[in-house]
Design a protein around this ligand. Structure first.
Ligand code: ADP
Ligand code: ADP
Length: 232
């Protein structure tokens, strides 16, 4: 599904170069639930940003379903991201003046979906993440765990087959982390959505089907967890 071929990323190439990724090669299959781990500064965020088309590699190619991700024009890239990739961030990144429901429906509005369709889909998604009763609340009326559930519902709005999450549990307590992992694993199992999660969190690694360890811009370990393959 995703082929990462010889990806390197050097920031500040013309001033003080920083090599964030060094010839990374990786295949991610449909339906994986993969944790990208490693010390701060090892390149996790850079990899996720390049995978999601938020940043461009210095060299190398990314093929998603055999199409070269970074050969798109910027307007094609925006449309591709919107329609095919869901993002979840450490700080939730919800729009503060919009309710939970409006945050979830925002992308569907950009896609020109009717109000009836948006409403039924946002209800379905907020129900799936267990906070249908909070649909009309603003983000600052919700706990961190609830906000992150809204963020997951929002990431699902365009029915992406791939969700990229950058430290999604970093600001969550233990119970919220377990609940969020249950929700993400369920989406992975039932809807075959691929998850790639950059994380420091041992609890995420313990639930991942595959753990890829980075150091200094390179993959140093790539391990499949047998016990996490089936539904847990
Ligand atoms: P991680 O997510 O694993 O903490 P990052 O991908 O954020 O790692 O960073 C990898 C390296 O690239 C680090 O040395 C970081 O300081 C550097 N870096 C990240 N983003 C930028 C940027 N926009 N400009 C310059 N250097 C950056
Ligand atoms: P994390 O460790 O969670 O990946 P970081 O603190 O490394 O977060 O980076 C946060 C943001 O700052 C990222 O968007 C990254 O691209 C940017 N960044 C990281 N290092 C640098 C740097 N040296 N110069 C400029 N931007 C950077």
């Amino acid at each position: 599904m995703i082929e990462i071929k010889n990806i390197s990323k050097i920031y500040n190439e013309n001033t003080v170069p920083v090599q964030a990724l060094n010839e990374v090669n990786l295949r991610i299959e449909k339906g994986e639930f993969t944790a990208i781990v490693g010390p701060s500064g090892c390149g996790k965020t850079t990899l996720l940003n390049i995978l999601g088309g938020l940043d461009t590699p210095s060299s190398g190619d990314i093929l998603i379903d055999n199409a070269n991700l970074h050969q798109r024009s910027s307007s094609e890239m925006i449309a591709f991201r919107r329609d095919h990739i869901g993002f979840v961030f450490q700080d939730y990144s919800l729009m503060p003046v919009l309710t939970a429901r409006e945050n979830v429906e925002f992308i569907m509005e950009l896609q020109g979906k009717s109000k009836v369709e948006r409403n039924s889909r946002s209800t379905e998604l907020l129900t799936a993440v267990g906070i249908a009763d909070k649909a009309e609340k603003l983000p600052n009326q919700l706990s961190g765990g609830q906000q992150q559930r809204v963020a997951v519902a929002r990431a699902l709005a365009s029915k992406p087959k791939l969700i990229l999450a950058d430290e999604p549990t970093a600001n969550l307590d233990s119970k919220s982390t377990t609940d969020l992992l249950d929700i993400m694993r369920q989406l992975n199992e039932k809807e075959n959505i691929t998850f790639v999660i950059a994380t420091h969190d041992q609890r995420v690694m313990d639930r991942a089907k595959r753990v890829i360890r980075f150091d200094d811009g390179k993959i140093i370990e790539d391990e499949v967890s047998e016990k996490n393959q089936a539904s847990s």
